[in-house]
Design a protein around this ligand. Structure first.
Ligand code: COA
Length: 327
């Protein structure tokens, strides 16, 4: 079995990578739309990722990507994703790719790595066999816009609390709100806790740049009081597959909670998207399993539970080395 790094993937390599993703999706669809080739191509050309493909009998059988957020050597966990085509599983390919990606992780000086996987799939025993520990359980929810009663969004928008100003932008945060948005992002303690990383204006901009590089569109709605962002919500509409948009962060800072700001900014976002991007038909979101409040907000809006996923983390030093694998 050969593992090759893809520094500058060719059209043929993109095609083979996409074939692996398509085969994996067909085996475990989880309600997600099938991968779109254009999106695969864009992901593979994003310079922020390291990529490897494993061939078995001349055919690409498995692929791995490692993201190293924050640039070389940053003090943040890497993010790994390994996909093995169903016909090639349980032969050590996943482990081999994990070992190769782990070398990349350690070479960059990263202390740990995270992976997000679907509950109840082979990924769970696979990661646990490599010493990964579950740090977060996430409920995957889906909102089908066609199922929404027509008066729901206008009523929620009209019921917004007084004393706040609505601001919205597409793409990069305007400079005047960058620090305030970072402070509001800090309110999402659940993620920061295990990433151990504070939000600042640079990290906010980095996230927006990452989305733009993929060709996707980021929309943000914020409720502002004075110069403070009291609450905000973000949606990303993927290029090439805009029918299903993804909810990114939503947060209300502690001193502004209990005033229905969260549901308000989300309803304003839905109204904006309906006018600006009518091709969006569904919105998907992940909520931390213990975030009862956000789950309640989403269910009131009309989101329905689809699946459960888990975020796993491991220390780089505990991951397999190339010499320890059986291939
Ligand atoms: C998870 C996945 C990558 C595993 O790939 P793989 O090549 O089959 O994994 P390996 O052969 O290296 O398995 C290593 C160990 O993981 C555990 N494991 C893997 N699949 C398992 C399964 N279906 N049931 C129980 N244990 C399993 C076993 O301990 C296995 O060792 P063993 O075969 O000696 O018992 C593959 O199933 C996959 O692509 N799943 C879909 C995509 C995904 O969820 N990726 C995870 C993101 S990191």
């Amino acid at each position: 079995m050969d593992v090759i790094p893809l520094d500058d993937p060719t059209e043929a390599q993109i095609e083979q990578w996409h074939a692996v993703l398509t085969a994996v999706h067909a085996a475990e669809p989880a309600g997600d739309p099938a991968p779109v080739r254009e999106q695969t191509a864009r992901l593979l050309r994003d310079a922020g990722r390291r990529l490897w493909a494993a061939a078995d009998g001349g055919e690409t059988a498995a692929v791995a990507e490692l993201r190293l957020p924050g640039g070389p050597g940053a003090d943040r966990p890497g993010e790994i994703d390994i996909q093995v085509a169903p016909a090639h599983r349980r032969r050590g390919l996943g482990t081999r790719l994990m070992a190769v990606a782990a070398e990349g992780l350690r070479a960059d000086g990263r202390g740990s790595v995270i992976a997000q996987v679907l509950a109840g799939t082979p990924a769970v025993p696979f990661l646990e066999s490599h010493g990964f520990v579950c740090v977060l359980t996430l409920s995957g929810l889906l909102l089908r816009l066609d199922d929404l009663p027509p008066d729901r969004v206008p009523k929620l928008v009209a019921a917004g609390p007084s004393g706040y100003r609505l601001v919205r932008w597409r793409g990069m945060v305007p400079d005047e709100y960058a620090d305030a948005l970072a402070r509001a992002k800090h309110a999402m303690a659940d993620l920061a806790e295990y990433e151990g990383l504070p939000w600042d204006a640079d990290r906010v901009r980095e996230m927006a740049e990452m989305v733009a590089k993929r060709g996707d569109d980021l929309y943000t709605v914020a409720a502002v009081q004075g110069t403070a962002v009291a609450g905000f919500t973000e949606i990303v509409v993927p290029a090439g597959a805009p029918e299903r948009a993804a909810q990114y962060d939503t947060a209300v800072v502690p001193e502004h909670r209990g005033r229905r700001l969260g549901i308000w900014v989300k309803a304003v976002m839905l109204e904006w998207l309906a006018a600006e991007r009518p091709e969006v038909r569904e919105i998907e979101t992940d909520n931390a399993g213990d975030n009862a409040h956000m789950l309640a907000v989403n269910e009131e809006l009309g989101f329905r539970r689809q699946r459960e996923s888990r975020e796993y983390q491991a220390a780089a030093r505990d991951l397999p080395t190339i010499h320890s694998t059986r291939l």
